[in-house]
Design a protein around this ligand. Sequence first.
Ligand SMILES: Cc1ncc(COP(=O)(O)O)c(C=O)c1O
Length: 386
Amino acid sequence: MSSERISRRVRGIPPSGIRRFFDIAATMPDVISLGVGEPDFMTPEAIRQAGQRSIDQTTAYTSNSGLYELREAVVEHLKQRYNVMYDAEHDLLMTVGVSEAMAAAALALFDPGDEVLMPEPCFVAYMASVQLADARPVYVPTRVEECFQVTGAALEAAITPRTKAIMIGYPNNPTGAVLSPERMREIADVANRHDLLVLSDEIYDRLVYGVEHTCFASLPGMRDRTVLFGGFSKAYAMTGWRLGWMAAPEEITAAVRKVHQYAIMSAPTMSQYAGIEALRHGEASVQAMVAEYDRRRRVIVDGLNTIGLKTFEPQGAFYAFPFVGHLGMTSEQFCDRLLTEEHVAVIPGDAFGPSGTGYVRACYATSMEKIEIALERIERFVRRIA
Ligand SMILES: Cc1ncc(COP(=O)(O)O)c(C=O)c1O
């Protein structure tokens, strides 16, 4: 079939650098996957039960914006945790994960040729959602020397008259970096000076270790220029329920709702009922999972450093980002050989942007036992090639 049938927009998007490794890993019975960024826990039982109960009571659509009760629970959560105020009626939209929220926001906010600054390495969907809206992602490099936190100066250097927004994702996938309040203020200054929107993906807000997460919208003056994304997938181990939210000033939310209403109608109803239970009663489960991720984080970071793969200490999310660039092969070659020779799946760092060159991403949302076996295999591999 002629590729002319496929839109230029879609043809211009490279295939995900992650998917190939999953496909190979799926053919190996004893593989240990540190590839996919997904909690290994089941959704906590009370949340599952709330979803199950709802199916016996209603199987209808909800309002386009989502169940009012759930929007109120999100508003309450943002107020309690970050002291940032939203209105459940006008500012909130429940979505099919942060993924849909981001795609719909990009379509609603960007015109062809608009430029969106994107500190990288970053989650692969940022680039794609901006490109699918015919806008232009502009990568802004981050470096391990600055703990993978974007600086105001780096953003400033990338500004042009076409710059419309900054898209940030902290705690960060793939580096595990958390933004310090000082760096956040630098971003806020740049946004103010150049009148930019800030799209802030805070899906990992609850997964932080020994540091506090600051909600970008809670910075002075920022609520009115921030599009805030949050979700259930990571903190509540609810990836398959496909539920997230967007909170923004009313005018923006109305525009994004228009895209959402025609593309999606409403987020899954049973998931929304489960979401209410998660926000109201899920805190103990979140804390138990975070404590377990923290234990694993220490083991994997220590283990990788001991093996000689220098690893930045992640303060959030559930990824370690070791440097393998000194071993005489590309990140991709490292991942290919580690998978075929030792049956451990990790992801090349440059799949997340050029500043990931020489790194690989290892997700530690897997059992301690598997992490320990993976470390033994990685050590054997590194000794063999060193
Ligand atoms: C940084 C980041 N944002 C968003 C998502 C997508 O989340 P959701 O399941 O809510 O669509 C992911 C999933 O891996 C992610 O890592």
